[in-house]
Design a protein around this ligand. Structure first.
Ligand code: HEM
Length: 311
């Protein structure tokens, strides 16, 4: 978005905190059935809390959009070129049927991207590091591949071309997303009566698709509880249905950011593994909490040992 929120160094980022709290609230509303009723939701005070959180989220995005729009107008008045180097600038200069997008139109897109694009990636990175720490032989293989691609140079910037060459890391990330998908459940509302496995699901029904359970389904995967990146080698997935593996969903509303997400993960993990050997703190047992985004219940306790090699 071309904006820094420094959520990592500023623990009190209102925006990051509001995202976390609204996610918890939405999950609570899903899981505690009476809260699904609007009246109950209102009288319990959760609605007021939700409105307060939405105000924090929207005022942040609104302020960024307004200041960008002002900047663009200033450039137009001064005959200076406008950059199209980030999503907000592109949206501000876009139109549908000749009509420019309103601030509200842009906010809806920006909010979706902001939400869909940050927690998902950080969870996936955390779980991938967990899996690499748990399987030292696989970590070593990933490291060997990186060392080859980056020619043993820890400091070399990671170019797109390099990341595309990290083929084994790609398999590792896919396998990690199979067992621990960032989006554990996907919801759909049926638009017509649908027969699934001989059962009628009526028009209008809300359906939950669970990548979290599909990933460990023994009817789909051989030894589903074993971490085996090789299962994603192209010759091993020829018979896999395109709807059997859904960490990025499927169909017209699937994840628009999946390629970008894979690159982001590869970029961060390769920086980390080129510099450190990682292992799990002794006795660490992973527990997960399936909120909107799947997260470790109490972090992932990793140990880092600096890698010493000529670079
Ligand atoms: C590992 C990382 C990610 C995972 C596992 C993931 C997963 C998903 C899934 C499962 C959906 C579909 C939800 C549904 O079908 O209802 C989705 C939608 C979406 N994702 Fe991602 N995502 C990731 C990263 C990203 C990133 C980095 C971006 C943006 C840069 C992004 C942007 C979006 C958007 C905009 C949608 C909504 C698409 C639509 O409704 O048409 N995602 N994502």
């Amino acid at each position: 978005m071309g904006t820094q929120i420094r959520a990592q160094s500023n623990c009190n980022s209102n925006y990051a905190e509001a995202v976390e709290n609204i996610t918890k609230l939405i999950t609570k509303r899903h899981l505690i059935l009476p809260l699904r009723n609007d009246f109950v939701f209102k009288v319990t005070g959760f609605h007021a809390k939700q409105q307060k959180l939405l105000k924090t989220l929207h005022s942040f995005t609104d302020s960024v959009i307004i200041s960008r729009r002002d900047e663009l107008l200033k450039n137009i008045n001064n005959n200076e070129p406008n950059e199209r180097n980030n999503l907000i600038n592109i949206l501000l200069q876009s139109s549908i049927d000749g009509k420019p997008l309103s601030n509200l139109d842009i906010r809806e897109e920006v909010d979706t991207f902001m939400f869909a694009g940050h927690d998902t990636v950080s969870s996936a990175i955390s779980f991938a590091l967990y899996n690499l720490a748990k399987h030292p032989a696989i970590q070593q293989k990933v490291f060997e591949e990186m060392k080859f691609v980056f020619e043993g140079d820890k400091r070399r910037p990671h170019a797109l071309k390099d990341l595309n060459e990290l083929h084994y890391l790609d398999l590792v990330l896919k396998e990690s997303l199979r067992m621990l998908p960032s989006v554990p459940f996907i919801g759909r509302k049926l638009k017509k009566d649908t027969i699934v496995n001989g059962k009628l699901l009526p028009n209008g029904a809300n359906v939950v698709i669970a990548p979290l359970l599909m990933g460990i389904n023994p009817h789909i995967w051989d030894e589903p509880r074993s971490f085996k990146p090789e299962r994603f080698e192209s010759h091993n997935v020829t018979n896999l249905s395109p709807f059997a593996y859904l960490p990025f969903s499927a169909g017209p509303r699937n994840c628009i950011g999946q390629k970008y997400a894979m690159l982001e993960m590869k970029s961060l993990i390769s920086k980390m593994l080129m510099n450190f050997e990682i292992s799990l703190e002794s006795g660490f047992q992973l527990k997960v909490k399936p909120e909107i985004v799947l997260k470790p219940s109490s972090g992932i306790k990793l140990r880092l040992k600096e890698r010493l090699y000529a670079s």
